[in-house]
Design a protein around this ligand. Structure first.
Ligand SMILES: [Zn+2]
Length: 465
C-alpha cells in the first residue's frame, strides 16, 4: 500500500483513488515567459516519479499540467521584448516540451493553456459573484477570504485579524499578506492588447483562478492528487482551494503533494550570484540529460536538494554502472545459474517496492537496486548466471526503469548509431586480426568523443566527457 505525505493533514496517509483503478492528478505547470530552470524541473520530475510509480502499481493515471500563458510575468516580458504575448508564450511552450522530452518526463494527458480557458474562468467567477464570495472594485473582481471558513487550512496559516478591505492585485505575494486576491483584473494600459471582452468586464484573469477552472474542467470538482513545489502552497494552492471549494461545495483535492526547494552548490539559485541554471545551460556545458534527471530525482522530494557539479559526476557514474550491467546481462550465455540468484531477485523487488511505498523513498529504493547490481555482477563475473535468468533480470530492470525513467533500454543513449557502427567494424577487424585497422577505428571513435574498451564481455563504449 502506497503511503503519501499530505500537506493538508501534515502526515503520511494510505493512498486510495476516488475511482477504483484510476488516479486523477493535476500538476501546476510552467509560466511560459522564459526557459524553465532546474528548480522547476525538480518539481516536474518529482511529479513524474509519483505518476510513474502509480502506473507501476497497476493504476491508470489521468494527468493534467497547465501552461500559464497569461499572467503578470508573461505580459511584462512580452512588452519588454515588444512582441505579441502569443509569440512569446508559443516560443517557450515549444522549448518546454523539448526539455520534458530531454529529461524523459512523461507528458501529461492534457496540457491546457490558460488563454484557451477564459470562458471556464469567467463562469467560475460568475458563480463566486452569485454566492457573494467575490466582489467588484474599480480595478477588478476580488475573492473575499473572510467568507471562506477553511481559508489557511493548507498552509496552516491563521489569518488572524484582517485589515478591512486589504486587497492584493499581483499574482504573487508574500505569506505575511493574506488578503483578498484578484480573480479578474480590469484592463489597464500596462496590459496593452492583452484583454478579453466578457460578461464580467473587459480584462484578464488572475493567476489562481486558472488552475481551479482547468483542473475541475478536466478532472472534476473532486479529484485525487495535486502536486507542485512548496513555494506554491501559499498563496497559489491556498487560493485554489478557496475558489474551488466555495464554488462547488465539495472537497477539492484529497492529496496535496509538495516538493522541497532546490539549492545549487548549497545556495538558493539566483541570477545575481551566478548559480542559476536552465536545463539548456547544463546541456550546453556538455552534461548528459540522463545524469541531470538522475540527480534531480535521487533526493527524496520532501528534502531540500543540493544540486552540485560533483553530484552530476556521481549521477553520471551511477548511470554508467547501470548501463554496463544491462550490457552484461544481454551478453550472458551460460547454461546454469548460481542458486543465490532467485533470492536476490525476490529481495530487490520487495525492497524497491517497500521503499517506494513509503512516501516514495527513492534513496532507499536506489540503494537496494545498487546492492542487487553489485551482487549479480559478482555472479556474472564468475560466469554463474544462465542466459534465461539474465534475460529475466534484464526485464526486471526495465520494470524498475519504468519508474526511474533513466532510459536503460535505449541503446542509443550509450552511444549514437554511427559510433556503434564504428565499434562493430572494429570488432570485425579484430576478429580478422587486422589490429592496424582496429587501432585506426579506435582513434576515429575517440575523435568523436567516445572511448572503446575491450572487456571479457566484449567492447564497452564510454563517453569521454
Ligand atoms: Zn497552479
Amino acid at each position: 500500500m502506497l503511503k503519501l505525505y499530505n500537506t493538508l493533514t501534515r502526515r503520511k496517509e494510505a493512498f486510495k483513488p476516488i475511482k477504483q483503478g484510476i488516479v486523477a492528478m493535476y500538476t501546476c505547470g510552467p509560466t511560459v515567459y522564459d526557459y524553465a530552470h532546474i528548480g522547476n524541473f525538480r518539481a516536474y520530475i518529482a511529479s513524474d516519479l509519483l505518476k510513474r510509480y502509480l502506473i507501476y502499481k497497476g493504476l491508470r493515471v489521468k494527468h493534467v499540467m497547465n501552461l500559464t500563458d497569461v499572467d503578470d510575468k508573461t505580459i511584462l516580458r512580452s512588452r519588454q521584448e515588444k512582441i505579441a504575448l502569443k509569440e512569446l508564450t508559443d516560443r517557450f511552450i515549444k522549448a518546454f516540451f523539448e526539455d520534458l522530452k530531454a529529461l524523459n518526463i512523461s507528458p501529461a494527458d492534457v496540457f491546457p493553456r490558460a488563454t484557451e480557458h477564459i470562458k471556464e474562468m469567467v463562469e467560475l467567477i460568475k458563480k463566486l459573484l452569485a454566492l457573494n464570495i467575490a466582489y467588484k472594485t474599480n480595478d477588478g473582481i476580488y475573492y473575499d477570504i473572510k467568507k471562506f471558513k477553511g481559508y489557511g487550512k493548507l498552509s496552516h496559516f491563521r489569518i488572524g485579524k484582517l485589515k478591512a478591505g486589504a486587497r492584493v492585485r499581483a499574482d504573487l505575494y508574500e505569506k505575511a499578506q493574506a488578503q483578498d486576491f484578484a480573480l479578474w483584473k480590469f484592463h489597464t494600459p500596462e496590459d496593452g492588447d492583452v484583454f478579453w471582452q466578457t460578461d464580467i468586464g473587459q480584462g484578464r484573469p488572475g493567476w489562481h483562478i486558472e488552475c481551479s477552472a482547468m483542473s475541475m474542467k478536466y478532472l472534476g470538482e473532486h479529484f485525487d492528487i495535486h502536486t507542485g513545489g512548496v513555494d506554491l502552497i501559499f498563496p497559489h494552492h491556498e487560493n485554489e482551494i478557496a475558489q474551488s471549494e466555495a464554488a462547488s461545495g465539495k472537497k477539492f483535492v484529497n492529496f496535496w503533494v509538495h516538493n522541497e526547494w532546490l539549492l545549487v552548490e548549497g545556495k538558493k539559485m539566483s541570477k545575481s550570484i551566478g548559480n542559476f541554471y536552465t536545463l539548456r545551460d547544463l546541456l550546453a556545458k556538455g552534461y548528459d540529460a540522463r545524469a541531470i534527471r538522475y540527480l534531480l530525482m535521487a533526493t527524496h522530494y520532501r528534502q531540500q536538494l543540493n544540486f552540485t557539479f560533483n553530484g552530476l559526476d556521481g549521477a553520471r557514474a551511477a548511470i554508467a554502472r547501470l548501463d554496463e550491467f544491462m550490457l552484461k546481462l544481454k551478453r550472458a550465455r551460460e547454461e546454469e545459474s548460481d542458486k543465490k540468484v532467485y533470492g536476490l531477485v525476490k529481495k530487490v523487488r520487495e525492497s524497491f517496492e517497500s521503499a517506494m511505498d513509503d512516501d516514495l523513498d527513492i534513496g532507499k529504493a536506489l540503494a537496494s537496486l545498487f546492492v542487487f547490481v553489485r551482487e549479480i555482477n559478482k555472479i556474472i563475473d564468475k560466469r554463474k548466471i544462465s542466459e534465461r535468468d539474465a534475460k529475466e533480470i534484464y526485464t526486471l530492470m526495465l520494470e524498475f526503469d519504468s519508474v526511474l525513467g533513466l532510459g536503460l533500454d535505449r541503446e542509443e543513449t550509450k552511444a549514437p548509431p554511427e559510433i556503434l557502427k564504428l565499434v562493430e567494424e572494429r570488432e570485425k577487424a579484430r576478429a580478422k586480426k587486422n589490429f592496424k585497422l582496429a587501432d585506426k577505428l579506435r582513434e576515429q571513435i575517440k575523435a568523436r568523443g567516445y572511448l572503446v574498451e575491450d572487456t571479457e564481455q566484449g567492447p564497452r563504449v564510454k563517453r569521454i566527457k
